[in-house]
Design a protein around this ligand. Structure first.
Ligand code: DOR
Length: 429
């Protein structure tokens, strides 16, 4: 017996933008796939896209979901719902859960939790056991479950020799290593960027060099081993310059910037509000300009959220005791559209198809909006103005540093494998 088709959907009246260019077209979706792209198309159900951009779903290379271990701050389900509302159809869960995602068992647990989520949840794996930097984690058994990117995120791998071993091992497995670049010894006891504001506020700082020394080392080790290395949340002028040089030299390196590192500076910490505490810390206006320049010339090809939910009671502690991190999934697209003076296609590349390739999901996400491709899509109203409100977000936490900020650009619909999981800005599940 033939399997009955699900009702067809037409996304009508939008401007399609993907890696191949831009055109005005309706998009028909049936049974999880795009079946037609063209003029005057119809279907059983219509999703209005007038005035909107129709794009491949966004892909976040850097999401903290807190499950297992800190479900009071976020779960896989609530994080994924926020992601869908933010236009994401795929997110990569960071391994700093409790226990850490340093074994096949914990990776499998996160993948299982993600199966019913409103966006595809992929897992990264830890480079070292317990992210403690002392012993290599069983990367092969995690790679066998589909893990394509390994990181000790939340911490950098401190030992040069350990990082070299990890790169040699990763090269053999054909996976990417991602680094949270921070030298612990230089950062020790610091809670914000070391500079003019830390001196004025009397808060111990973390120097830019703590990031830059590890960027320098990992570029050297990528040259030595041939390993693909991805640099997470790049935040300083000299980090961006070193990556620019490494790419020009033909090394297999990629880099991301978070939305907060191109929209906020260390001056925000003058409020002593831990909402502005993050690792790496918010830097100077010159650093923000360098990160933006890196995004503009393609040195930094990826915009990441580093979505880091924290329960309210922890973010209400004094600055030096509060944990670092801020929400990102529901604000990233609007911040990128509002704050970056770049063509929309370049912003979407950094939010969708570039990260899709780096995390190894480019066969299902970030693909051109074309017949036959999986219908992982988002529909964005670039003119929609809205006010950020942490309490209105899907996240279990509310720690957004953008509370009350007016932004432009909002997701109208998100389709995951053809299913409308967000319609008219409302989550459907
Ligand atoms: O600010 C941060 N928060 N930076 C990290 O690297 C980790 C993250 C978290 O897990 O909260």
């Amino acid at each position: 017996m033939p399997v009955p088709e699900s009702p067809s959907i037409v996304i009508k009246g939008g401007r399609v933008i993907d890696a191949t260019g831009e055109r005005t077209a309706d998009v028909v979706v049936v049974d999880g796939r795009i079946t037609a792209v063209g003029a005057d198309l119809s279907a059983d159900r219509t999703l209005d896209a007038s005035g909107c951009i129709v794009a491949p779903g966004l892909v976040d290379i850097h999401t903290h979901l807190r499950e297992p271990g800190k479900e009071e701050a976020e779960t896989v389900e609530t994080g994924a719902r926020g992601a869908a509302l933010g236009g994401y159809t795929a997110i990569l869960a960071m391994p700093n859960t409790t226990p850490a995602m340093d074994s096949a068992a914990v990776v499998q647990q996160v993948l299982d939790l993600g199966r019913t989520a409103p966006c595809d949840v992929y897992a990264s794996g830890a480079i070292t056991v317990g992210r403690a930097g002392e012993q290599l984690a069983p990367m092969a058994e995690m790679a066998a479950l589909g893990v394509r990117l390994f990181t000790d995120d939340g911490a950098g791998v401190q030992s040069n020799a350990m990082m070299r071993r990890a790169m040699e091992y990763a090269t053999g497995l054909g996976v990417t290593l991602a680094q949270h670049c921070e030298d612990d010894a230089l950062c020790g006891g610091g809670h914000m960027h070391e500079g003019e504001w830390s001196a004025r506020l009397g808060i111990p700082g973390q120097p830019a060099e703590a990031e830059e020394l590890m960027v320098m080392r990992d570029i050297a080790l990528a040259r030595l081993t041939g390993c693909r290395v991805h640099f997470q949340h790049m935040s300083t002028t000299r980090s961006v310059a070193m990556i620019r040089e490494a790419i020009a030299a033909g090394l297999p390196v990629t880099a991301e910037a978070t939305t907060h590192h191109f929209t906020l500076t260390h001056a925000e910490c003058a409020s002593y509000d831990p909402l502005y505490k993050v690792n790496p810390p918010l830097r100077t206006a010159d650093d923000v300009a360098a990160v933006k320049a890196g995004l503009a010339d393609g040195t930094i090809g990826i915009i990441a959220t580093d979505h880091a939910p924290h329960a309210a009671e922890t973010k209400e502690l004094p600055f030096d005791q509060a944990p670092p991190g801020m929400l990102g999934l529901e604000t990233a697209l609007a911040l990128a559209l509002t704050e970056l003076d770049l063509p929309v296609q370049q912003v979407l590349a950094a939010l969708s198809w570039n990260p899709a390739r780096v995390i190894g999901v480019g066969d299902t996400h970030g693909l051109p909006v074309a017949e036959g491709n999986p219908a992982n899509l988002c529909v964005i109203d670039p003119e929609a103005a809205w006010t950020v409100d942490g309490a209105a977000m899907a996240s279990r936490s509310t720690n957004t540093p953008y509370q009350g900020r007016e932004l432009k650009g909002r997701v109208r619909h998100t389709l995951l494998a053809g299913e409308p999981v967000v319609v008219g800005g409302e989550a459907q599940r």
